[in-house]
Design a protein around this ligand. Structure first.
Ligand SMILES: C[S@@+](CC[C@H](N)C(=O)[O-])C[C@H]1O[C@@H](n2cnc3c(N)ncnc32)[C@H](O)[C@@H]1O
Length: 259
């Protein structure tokens, strides 16, 4: 399965649809958990590659150290504009700059940043080796690169339903596009140490339309025929009915920290 990145992420609309599922069912905040582990310190310089709409920063506003200088990078002009506006409102951010750029060729001097983060974006890279070389290049000596990904267990029961209707794998498409072990191996080629942390939650999903909206916000569900849409709704409904109206599924993410 391939995703047209420019089309999928032109605006934050598709991301927002998927965020609804998390907003509705999360028991703890993924962004807060991630924020606590980024290794930010007062006055440090950070590059956020594939920043999206900047929701990570807004969610962490009360736990960020002061004086951060943040450079936001995304291939989407509208995402960069949205993220920049969000960060401009945060008191901990001393300076924010936005760059509409591909991660594979970034407009920064060597050794510019204390921390580089790339959250849920490496599976979209057309040339992962080139982009990881870039992330390594722009880090200061002793700096840290933090990459986040979905694990293969993420929303397992939801993706299994998707595979009943479409010719796709029964696991999250992001893991099919870039298996976490491969990303980890690429990091190990470039950094002295790579560690992996796991974030876990369990969702108790009870609403058909929230799942349907999620699965039809990206390929192939976003181009489904009327018949496929009807079949998808029926599969979700049936699964909920079989489980007394509640489908339990893990929400599991990985954080790779390279130094
Ligand atoms: C799934 S979103 C993640 C957004 C945000 N980091 C988060 O965790 O909420 C992926 C983002 O990466 C951006 N992206 C994908 N490939 C990219 C590339 N090669 N260079 C720059 N940005 C890219 C997309 O435009 C999108 O905003």
């Amino acid at each position: 399965m391939s995703v047209d990145v420019a089309k999928q992420y032109k605006t934050s609309s598709n991301l927002r649809t998927r965020a609804n599922l998390h907003r509705r069912y999360a028991n703890t905040s993924w962004f807060s958990w991630a924020g606590e582990r980024m290794g930010f310190s007062e006055g440090c310089t950070v590059a956020d590659i594939g920043c999206g709409a900047g929701w990570f920063w807004a969610s962490n506003q009360h736990q960020l150290p002061d004086g951060l200088e943040v450079s936001l990078v995304d291939q989407s002009e509208q995402m960069v504009a949205e993220a920049k506006a969000a960060l401009s409102k945060l008191s901990a951010i001393k300076q924010v700059a936005g760059y509409v750029n591909q991660a594979e060729a970034m407009p920064f001097e060597d050794a510019s940043f204390d921390v580089v983060i790339a959250m849920h974006m490496v599976y979209h890279l057309s040339d992962p080796d080139k982009a990881l070389d870039e992330m390594r290049r722009i880090l200061k000596p002793g700096g840290r690169l933090v990459i986040t990904l979905n694990s293969a267990a993420d929303l397992k029961q939801v993706y299994e339903l998707n595979s009943r209707v479409f010719d796709v794998s029964p696991i999250t498409p992001s893991v099919v596009m870039a298996p976490p072990e491969e990303v980890e191996a690429r990091l190990a080629q470039r950094f002295q140490s790579v560690s992996k942390l796991t974030y876990q939650d369990i969702y108790a999903i009870d609403d058909v339309e929230t799942v349907f909206a999620t699965l039809t916000s990206y390929p192939p569900g976003n181009e489904a025929s009327d018949a496929q849409q009807a079949q998808l709704r029926a599969e979700i409904t049936k699964r909920l009915e079989e489980h007394d109206g509640v489908m339990h599924t893990p929400h599991e993410m990985l954080m790779l920290i390279a130094e």
